[in-house]
Design a protein around this ligand. Structure first.
Ligand code: FES
Length: 279
């Protein structure tokens, strides 16, 4: 038995199972994967977490020697090495696991969020007229899309330079999705911001190649000159300073990006010449 189905527990289970042992993998959360499945990148190589863990999740989920006991707690353990007796309590999932395909439809049908069953009177959130018209235009543009949420959020982010919370409430109402779901998406992607941002976004690459070629000093220089730390916006709302992990042109490092434009082989002494072009 392996307790805990994070990356360590999964790897241990796979090693044991591949050696011919029957493995019971016990996890208190409803799914295996643990913290690593929630991360974007891993230290120190900045490799994509999901690229590492996904093949292991698939193997672990379908391995004939592994029985996944998710949403379960180890409540008692007696015995000695070689002869343990464990008591596991499995919590009710309220879905038939043998039929579950992971489609997520049960989330849509959940009574907690279902307005029809709960009979809650939903009132259209009020927005200033110009904002309402701008958002309606964006919603109209994507109304034929099967999953309009991300494109809608992208356009709102470009229009307002961030995602204003009242606008998100309005979008939730219009698209008939929960605000919690919108916030989950909005906070997952670094591209989106829930805080007002500057007219120009300066992103300093801190991927491995840029880091070793002076990315950190360039960031320091920008912080000193603009008088803000990364993640902040200048008082005149002209610049916001961000950090990104690899823009995808490592051979040209160190690089910074101002809005959509990438500047390569930026130097400590000349970085402000680049920035000053943006006023
Ligand atoms: S590390 Fe900066 S572009 Fe790849």
């Amino acid at each position: 038995m392996v307790v805990g189905a994070g990356i360590g527990g999964i790897q241990a289970s796979l090693d044991l199972a591949n050696s011919g042992f029957k493995v019971y993998l016990v996890e208190e959360e409803p799914t295996i994967g643990g913290r690593m499945a929630q991360l974007d990148k891993t230290f120190p190589t900045n490799d994509c977490s999901m690229c590492i863990i996904s093949p292991k999740l698939v193997e672990c989920g379908g391995h004939p020697n592994i029985e996944n006991l998710t949403y379960s707690d180890l409540i008692d353990l007696k015995g000695e090495p070689g002869n343990f007796k464990a008591s596991i309590r499995r919590r009710a999932r309220s879905v038939d696991e043998s039929l579950c395909t992971g489609c997520g439809e049960c989330i849509n049908q959940c009574l907690v969020g279902n307005r029809v069953y709960l009979d809650v009177k939903v009132v259209e959130p009020v927005l200033p007229e110009d904002e309402r018209m701008a958002v309606n235009e964006i919603l109209d543009k994507h109304k034929k899309s099967r999953s309009p949420l991300i494109p809608v959020l992208q356009d709102i982010n470009s229009h307002f330079n961030y995602l204003p919370p009242p606008v998100l409430k309005y979008v939730a109402y219009k698209l008939n999705v929960s605000l919690a779901h919108i916030l989950r998406v909005a906070t997952f992607y670094a591209f989106f911001s829930l805080e007002p941002r500057g007219k120009h976004i300066i992103s300093v690459c801190m991927g491995t190649a840029c880091h070793v070629r002076g990315g950190e000093r360039i960031l320091e220089k920008l912080e000193d000159e603009l008088g803000i730390k990364y993640g902040q916006t200048t008082e005149d709302k002209n610049f916001s300073l961000d950090m990104v992990r690899c823009i995808g042109c490592c051979a040209l490092s160190p690089v910074i990006r101002v809005d959509e434009r990438v500047y390569s082989r930026v130097r400590y002494n000349t970085v402000m010449d680049v920035v000053s072009k943006y006023g």
